[in-house]
Design a protein around this ligand. Structure first.
Ligand SMILES: Nc1ncnc2c1ncn2[C@@H]1O[C@H](COP(=O)(O)OP(=O)(O)OP(=O)(O)O)[C@@H](O)[C@H]1O
Ligand SMILES: [Mg+2]
Length: 280
């Protein structure tokens, strides 16, 4: 819990901000000699869908590990959850997290994979299974409760992993490249399905992707990260109407946004290649 005795130092430069669900200011993270994040600032409002793009290795998953409470940032930054300062470890179990490589357990059925987080949380197995069974149709998995992961398509496996994350009912969902390994067509279908799910359940989502189209199509805002050490280079509001129609991706407003974002991402990707070349 976020008890007051655990509160961190007061913010060195307080400024009024809209109450965010999660807020990060001046976040640094160092692994040995590698500085993964430097001065990262970001905030996510309740109910928002925020997408995160940036060069490989810029610290996106590190950011998620901090928000999920798995990594503590370097001292000095400010982390706030529901308006209160906290340590990263206070957030453990308070957000629903789908890691970049969220492997399903091959010896567990669809429904037993889906209830894993609930079981760990101590929800009785029967109650957890009943809840999961009720959600199967919404996740396009009706009739597949007793199948094993190897019997499913890639899209279905990702939906099981998403269902596991979703069943862990927290206000904030962290999804780290959930569709990264899918073919383009399945990916597009999954994007529409996820938006539909989000619009019905209105959870707050932070979503990492390498795909700019995906970032724009899904997001209320796109955060473009700099090359490592990662910080937020550009915050782009996506004022495109919802529900997002598939044709949107061919329209001038979408293409304009894509051009802006691609320019920012390419600049940072080039830097990260240069850094890599200098390090070798
Ligand atoms: N636990 C760790 N120990 C040491 N170094 C780490 C650790 N986690 C991340 N790093 C380093 O921090 C940097 C950022 O890694 P991170 O996984 O956050 O990048 P990313 O933006 O998610 O990359 P990708 O797009 O490839 O998934 C990398 O240089 C990585 O090697
Ligand atoms: Mg990553």
């Amino acid at each position: 819990m976020l008890s007051s005795k655990r509160e961190r130092e007061p913010d060195p430069a307080p400024r009024p901000v809209a109450p965010g669900l999660i807020e990060l200011r001046g976040i640094d993270k160092t692994f040995g000699t590698v500085k993964a994040l430097a001065g990262l600032q970001a905030a996510v409002a309740p109910g928002e869908f925020v997408t995160v793009v940036g060069p490989s290795g810029c610290g996106k998953s590190t950011l998620f590990n901090i928000v999920a409470g798995l990594e503590e940032p370097d001292p000095g930054g400010v982390l706030r959850f529901e308006g209160r300062s906290c340590h990263a470890r206070d957030l453990l179990g308070r957000v629903s997290f789908m890691p970049q490589r969220d492997l399903l357990l091959p010896w567990r059925t669809v429904v037993d994979n889906a209830i894993l987080a609930l079981e760990i949380e101590g929800v009785p197995r029967r109650a957890a299974r009943a809840e999961a069974l009720g959600l199967l149709p919404e996740f396009g998995l009706a009739g597949f409760a007793d199948q094993y992961p190897h019997q499913l398509s890639g899209g279905m496996r990702q939906r099981v992993a998403l269902m596991r994350t979703f069943l862990f009912r927290r206000d904030l969902l962290l999804l780290d490249e959930p569709f990264g390994a899918l073919d383009a067509l399945t990916r597009t279908m999954m994007q529409r399905w996820l938006l539909d799910l989000w619009q019905r359940h209105r959870r707050t989502v932070l979503f990492i992707t390498h795909d700019v189209d995906e970032a724009i199509f899904l997001g209320d805002r796109v955060l473009v990260m700099t090359a490592r050490p990662g910080s937020v280079k550009l915050e782009q509001r996506i004022d495109l109407p919802r529900p997002r129609r598939p044709e949107l991706v061919t329209e001038p407003d979408f293409i304009r946004l894509k051009r802006t974002l691609l320019a920012a991402i390419e600049e940072e990707s080039l830097k990260s290649f240069q850094f890599a070349a200098e390090e070798t």
